[in-house]
Each structure stands twice: as C-alpha cells, then as structure tokens.
Write a protein that binds this ligand. Structure first.
Ligand SMILES: NC(=O)NCCC[C@H](N)C(=O)O
Length: 302
C-alpha cells in the first residue's frame, strides 16, 4: 500500500494533530468548507449525467453557474460557515466539485487520487492551496484511485467507502481503510454500479442515525449492514438520485442543503424534522455534481 505521509507529520497519524482542521463525523456542525468558483466549468462526457445533458444539447452558462455558486456560498456563510476559495484554473473543468480531490479526516486533510486524467492535477492544486491556508494535509493516497464523493465519514468510529471500481478502486479503498482501521474505526465498503458515479449520489448522511438513500441503487448487503448499525434510510427514487437529489449537505444534523428541483425530498426531510434549505444548482447537476460534490468540509465542530 502506498500512502505518503507529508513532511510535517513525520510521526504519521499517531501524533496529535491540531484540532483546527478535522472532521470526525459528516453531520457535525460545519464550520469551514473548501469551495471553488465554476469559472471554467464545462461538461466533460465522463459520467452518465453529463453524457445525458450533452445529448440534450446542454452548454454551460458560466454567468448562471457563477450566480448559482454565489448562492451556495451565501447560504453557507449565512449559516456561519467560513468558505475557503480554491482558485479556479483554466483547463480544470470539474474543479468546482471540490469534494473529490480531498477528504478531511479526524487527523487532518488527506489528499486523494482522482481516477480521470482531466481531474488528477486537482489533487496537486488542492494540496498547494491547503498548505497556503495552513490546513496542512497529513497524507496523500497514491495507491489505486479514490475520489471524495465515495468517502463518507458517517459518524465517529464508522467510515463508509463506495467502490464502483472506476472512480474508486479496491486498492484505493484499501489504502483509506487501513488508515482508519489503524485508529480503531470500523470500515464498511459499499460496492455499486459505476453508472451512479460516486456513492454520494445515492447515499448521504443527514444526522448520526439517518441517511438519504437510493435503496434500489445500493447493494442489499450494504443496506443490511447500515441498518444493523442503527442507521435509518430515508428513500430516494432513482430519478431523484440521477438529478442529484440525494447529494445533500448536512450542516449540523438538522439543516440540510438540497437542490431546489426536489420538492418531494424537501417535504420528506421537513416531515422527518429536518430543516431543508433549497438551492438552485441546475448548471452543476447537468455536469454530474450536486451540493455535496461542490463542498469539501475542512472542519466540523466536535
Ligand atoms: N462527488 C461527486 O459526485 N462529484 C461530481 C463530479 C462530476 C464530474 N463531472 C465528474 O464526472 O467527475
């Protein structure tokens, strides 16, 4: 297994890390997030959603994408979240989906290894940026490929990793799992059909005991495993998942950022006691990503 521990952490993860940049559970109160302006967003035919959009004649409207992104940032800031802006780069059309090149672990940010050639340099750019803001990455995965949309730090002690075999491979999962298991965490692997791109398009945590889940797209054994751990699944239909309806951001276990194109899911969340905040994201969903993909938590409280 090849896992680079970055210079400043010569002792690896056993050394205590500053509490500033860490996430021990994906529904704890979000305090800091990494975003990137969609200035160079373009539809790359590398996932089913974008291939469908292109077939329907979609072209990016950068003005609208920038406006929608400003609204996402505005909603986060209104909720007290600090937004750290990764500079956009010409030639990196998917960079605004900051989720995929980094994941912040309980021990600090970890640089991942995106699968597709046009996304691989996102990891270098993100690593450089994180150093510049003092959010020093603790390690970098070089083995296999692994993208952040497949990583779910469900709650303290429980990591879930999606493995489609395309964006995240068995070797990538093994590298990440080893790191968490060494610290005593349980790791569940969720195999799924690569047509769904990333796990976060079909499974997203809402609070420590509830998740949005497109059960038809999930492996039955994985569904049984999460239910056995006391996680209730609020059902998402396949069409809703394809439109990135399942791809939500839990701000604090109660307030949930969700696409404004998902009225049924909003009502379902409100009926379940959540506070859904709808946002327009049509330019991003046409390129295969939703709110979860657009946000990379750098710190959550607790
Ligand atoms: N976590 C995510 O699901 N990210 C969306 C990435 C979309 C981008 N067009 C891609 O195919 O990589």
């Amino acid at each position: 297994m090849k896992l680079d521990f970055l210079q400043h952490l010569s002792g690896g993860l056993d050394r205590p890390v500053p509490a500033r940049w860490r996430v021990v559970g994906e529904t704890k109160r979000l305090t800091d997030v990494m975003l990137s302006s969609p200035l160079h967003l373009a539809p790359v035919p590398c996932c089913a959603a974008t291939i469908d959009s292109l077939a329907g004649g979609f072209e990016t409207d950068i003005g609208l994408a920038l406006d929608q992104h400003r609204r996402v940032r505005g909603a986060l800031e209104a909720l007290g979240v600090r937004c750290h802006m990764l500079p956009p780069v010409p030639g990196l059309p998917d960079l605004c989906f900051t989720r995929d090149s980094v994941v912040t672990t309980p021990w600090g940010p970890l640089i991942l290894n995106p699968a597709l050639p046009h996304r691989q340099s996102e990891a270098d750019h993100a690593e450089h940026f994180l150093r510049s803001i003092g959010a020093w990455p603790v390690a970098r995965i070089r083995d296999g490929t692994i993208e952040g949309g497949d990583v779910c730090i469900a709650r303290e002690g429980l990591l879930i990793v999606g493995q489609s075999g395309v964006r995240t491979t068995r070797a990538g999962v093994a590298a990440l799992a080893a790191l968490f298991e060494r610290q005593g965490w349980e790791v569940l692997v969720s195999p799924f059909d690569p047509q769904h791109l990333h796990l976060d398009t079909i499974f997203c945590m809402l609070d420590e005991h509830r998740a949005l889940a497109c059960i038809d797209a999930l492996d039955p054994a994985f569904v049984a495993q999460v239910r056995a751990r006391g996680i209730e699944l609020l059902p998402v239909e396949l069409a809703e998942a394809k439109a990135l309806g399942c791809n939500v951001v839990s701000i604090d276990g109660t307030t949930i950022l969700i696409s404004d194109a998902q009225p049924r899911l909003r009502v379902m969340l409100a009926d379940a006691g959540f506070d859904p905040v709808p946002l327009p994201i049509s330019q991003f969903s046409a390129c295969g990503g939703g709110l979860h993909c657009l946000t990379m938590p750098l710190a959550r409280a607790g």
